[in-house]
Design a protein around this ligand. Structure first.
Ligand SMILES: Nc1ncnc2c1ncn2[C@@H]1O[C@H](COP(=O)(O)OP(=O)(O)OP(=O)(O)O)[C@@H](O)[C@H]1O
Length: 280
């Protein structure tokens, strides 16, 4: 039986009194584009932060290609609170750092663009390629023989061609128009050779034309790079057009899962989200 590329099991993330993610179960299969939607503050980014090792979950586990990569079980008083959810299933804490997650083959973009600001387009890609080899930014640029370095440069050039940024290669990353900065950020994530790509609101701040281009671009990179994509997005046109399946979060809990048509017609979703919070 083939394993899910991503499986989130009973994940709970609590910050003091706020339960940002509440016993969440999600699976994403190979080659799928799956979206995570929900009103502001529903817990979507927190879910990404759990999957990418930014936060160790209060409870639960994350599997990547069938291998458990993250798990936690509550201690002390919390143990009693979460006992019902996993009944002693988890035996130890496994909390890899984000760079270890990247090295496993999971890449991510952020709600706010995070490019290396004082570097060119090409350098942004090259640094990301080095980071796949080592998590240390300083050693990343050393310890390579000429051949390896040459290969990385060729790969970076090739990647810029594929994503349509080769003409901008020597421009400063931050001088690019907004839509292209987003594209560069995705390209930089691709430079780490992921098999799973997490996109956090890739269309945030984009105009309709940029959003249309991005929609096509996400489909293209899924096909060209054999990717599995898990995406948070508020632009419903993009979500409905491109998603194979959609999960809806409300107050940290998944309230629905299904293909776009099912989600559009789900009364609970309409009540919780589409009726009020959608921005389109
Ligand atoms: N580090 C943190 N410390 C305390 N509370 C947090 C932290 N991160 C998130 N939260 C809270 O968790 C809840 C979920 O936030 P989160 O950012 O995950 O929602 P979201 O669905 O991504 O929202 P948006 O669509 O606005 O980006 C919110 O109530 C938020 O205030």
């Amino acid at each position: 039986m083939s394993e899910h590329v991503l499986k989130v099991e009973n994940a709970t993330m609590q910050f003091g009194g706020v339960v940002a993610v509440d016993n969440m179960n999600i699976v994403v299969d190979k080659g799928e584009i799956v979206s995570l939607i929900g009103p502001n503050g529903a817990g979507k980014t927190t879910a990404f932060n759990v999957i990418t090792g930014v936060y160790a979950p209060t409870n639960g586990a994350v599997y990547f290609n069938g291998k458990k990569i993250i798990e936690n079980h509550p201690q002390g008083k919390m143990k009693k609170l979460y006992q019902g959810q996993n009944a002693g299933k988890y035996t130890h804490v496994l909390a890899p750092t984000p760079d270890k997650i990247t090295q496993l083959g999971i890449a991510r973009t952020f709600q706010n663009i995070r490019l290396f600001k004082s570097q060119t387009v090409f350098e942004n890609i090259l640094i990301a390629k080095h980071l796949r080899r080592t998590s240390n930014l300083f050693t990343a640029t050393f310890h390579l023989n000429g051949k390896e370095e040459q290969k990385m440069r060729e790969d970076a050039t090739h990647l810029l061609e594929i994503v349509g940024l080769k003409d901008e290669r020597n421009e400063m990353a931050t001088s690019l128009p907004y839509g292209k900065q987003r594209r560069l950020e995705i390209a930089r994530a691709l430079a780490t050779n992921p098999s799973l790509l997490l996109l956090d609101e890739p269309a945030a701040g984009m105009n309709p034309q940029e959003t249309d281009e991005l929609t096509a671009f996400i489909g293209e990179i899924r096909d060209n790079f054999g990717l599995t994509i898990f995406m948070i997005e508020h632009h419903m046109d993009l979500v409905m057009e491109i998603s194979d399946r959609i999960y809806v979060l409300d107050f940290g809990k998944p309230i629905a899962e299904g293909v776009p048509e099912e989600i559009q017609n789900n009364q609970r979703v309409i009540d919780a989200y589409l009726g009020g919070a959608a921005d389109e």
